[in-house]
Design a protein around this ligand. Structure first.
Ligand SMILES: C[S@@+](CC[C@H](N)C(=O)[O-])C[C@H]1O[C@@H](n2cnc3c(N)ncnc32)[C@H](O)[C@@H]1O
Length: 345
C-alpha cells in the first residue's frame, strides 16, 4: 500500500498517479536571524504560492491542498483571530502583535469580534489564550534546559519565531501547507516582523513524507528536539496520527521533548450543533474536518515508546495563570489535556 493511502484523510482517500507527481526541489525558505534580518535565502516567497508538496520523483504526493481561506486553512485564521482578541485584553496571557493582521488580511474570511467567535465557540478566546501561554512557557522551559532545535507541526499562523525570546542558535522549523506558510510570511513581511531565531519553513503535508522534507531542510535527528503539535491531531485520522507520532519518535534523539494539545475523545463529542452551524457560516465545516474516529490516546502511544509523559488539564493550567475557564472551554478539559513529554537519556 502506498504511503499516500496510509496518510490520506478518510474524506479524500483518492490516490494520485504518476502523472500527478511534480518532480522538483523542496520549497524550503530559510530565514537566518540575528534579530534584525528577515531575508530569506535560496527560495523566494513566490515559490511557495501554488506549489504542491515537493518530494522526490517516485514518491507520492497528497492531492489535497488548501490555502488560508479554504478547508482546514480557515481554522488557522480562526485561531489567529482568537489570539488577536486575547492580545488586546488587559489581563492577556500572551501578546501576539501580528495576530490581528494575520486574521484580517485574508478578507472577511472569519469573524474577528469576540461576540461572533463566542457565538460558535463559547469561551474560545479564553481557551486559546491559555493554550498559547502554556506552550509559550513550555518552549521557554525546554530552551532553558538546553534544547536548541524545535519543530512546530502544522504551524499555521503561529508567530512564535517572531515573538518569543529564543536563545542564540535556536533553529526552528515550521511545517504546514505551502499556501498557508506563504500567506503568513507575506503578511509578516508587510508588518515588518523581525525574526528572533533561525527559522526554516517546510512546506509539506503531514500525511506525506514530511520526515524527508524536514531532513532536507536541515533538521538534525541527532540533536534533541522540541516538537509542538498544537491544534493539529484532531484533524488527522487515527492512522495518520499514529504514524505522525511514530515518525516523531523515530526522529527524536534522547533528551527530546514534545508538547501536544491532546483532545483524545471521539471528535463528534467535541461538536455541538451551535458550533457546527457557526463554523459553516464562516465557511469551514468542522463536522467534515474533525476526524470522528476513536483512537489510542497519544499519551499511551508515547509512554509505550519510552517517553515520560505529563498531562495537565486546560482548567488547571488556566488556574496557574490566574484565569478561570468557563462554559465550553471548561468542557474541553473533560475531553483532553495539554500533554508534555520527554524522551529520557
Ligand atoms: C487550527 S490551525 C492551528 C495552527 C497553529 N498550530 C496554531 O495553533 O495557531 C490547524 C493548522 O493545521 C494545518 N494542517 C492540518 N492538517 C495538516 C496536514 N495534513 N499537513 C500540514 N498541515 C496541516 C492547517 O493548514 C492549519 O494551519
Amino acid at each position: 500500500m502506498s504511503a499516500l493511502l496510509v496518510f490520506c484523510h478518510e474524506s479524500n482517500p483518492t490516490p494520485i498517479g504518476a502523472d500527478d507527481l511534480l518532480p522538483r526541489t523542496l520549497p524550503v525558505a530559510t530565514a537566518e536571524c540575528d534579530g534584525l534580518d528577515t531575508r530569506r535565502q535560496g527560495h523566494s516567497l513566490a515559490e511557495f504560492r501554488g506549489e504542491a508538496v515537493s518530494i522526490e520523483e517516485g514518491d507520492v504526493v497528497s492531492s489535497e491542498q488548501w490555502d488560508i481561506s479554504s478547508g482546514v486553512g480557515i481554522t488557522a485564521l480562526m485561531v489567529a483571530a482568537a489570539r488577536a482578541l486575547e492580545s488586546a485584553r488587559e489581563n492577556r496571557l500572551i501578546d501576539d502583535p501580528y495576530a490581528a493582521a494575520l486574521a484580517t488580511a485574508a478578507g472577511p474570511a472569519v469573524p474577528t469580534a469576540e461576540s461572533d467567535i463566542s457565538a460558535g465557540l463559547p469561551d474560545a478566546v479564553d481557551y486559546i489564550g491559555v493554550r498559547s501561554r502554556f506552550f509559550d512557557n513550555w518552549f521557554e522551559k525546554v530552551c532553558a534546559d538546553g534544547v536548541r532545535q524545535a519543530v512546530i507541526l502544522a504551524s499555521g499562523l503561529d508567530t512564535r519565531a517572531f515573538r518569543l525570546p529564543w536563545p542564540d542558535e535556536l533553529r526552528l522549523f515550521e511545517i504546514d501547507q505551502p499556501k498557508v506558510l506563504a500567506y503568513k510570511d507575506e503578511v509578516l513581511d508587510q508588518q515588518g516582523a523581525r525574526l528572533r531565531c533561525v527559522r526554516q519553513l517546510v512546506a509539506v503535508d503531514l500525511r506525506d513524507d514530511w520526515a524527508t522534507a524536514l531532513r532536507q531542510a536541515g533538521f538534525d535527528p541527532t540533536r534533541p528536539t522540541a516538537w509542538l503539535a498544537e491544534g493539529l491531531l484532531y484533524y488527522l485520522s487515527a492512522t495518520a496520527e499514529q504514524q505522525l507520532l511514530r515518525t516523531i519518535h523515530d526522529l527524536s534523539a534522547a533528551g527530546s521533548r514534545i508538547a501536544i494539545e491532546n483532545l483524545h475523545t471521539k471528535r463528534s463529542t467535541l461538536l455541538n450543533p451551535d458550533m457546527s452551524e457557526s463554523s459553516q457560516r464562516w465557511g469551514v465545516d468542522l463536522d467534515e474536518l474533525l476526524s470522528a474516529e476513536d483512537r489510542t490516546n497519544a499519551a499511551d502511544l508515547l509512554t509505550e515508546s519510552g517517553w515520560l509523559v505529563h498531562r495537565e488539564t486546560a482548567i488547571d493550567a488556566a488556574g496557574r495563570f490566574g484565569r478561570e475557564l468557563g462554559g465550553a472551554a471548561r468542557g474541553l478539559s473533560q475531553f483532553g489535556d495539554l500533554l508534555t513529554a520527554e524522551l529520557p537519556h
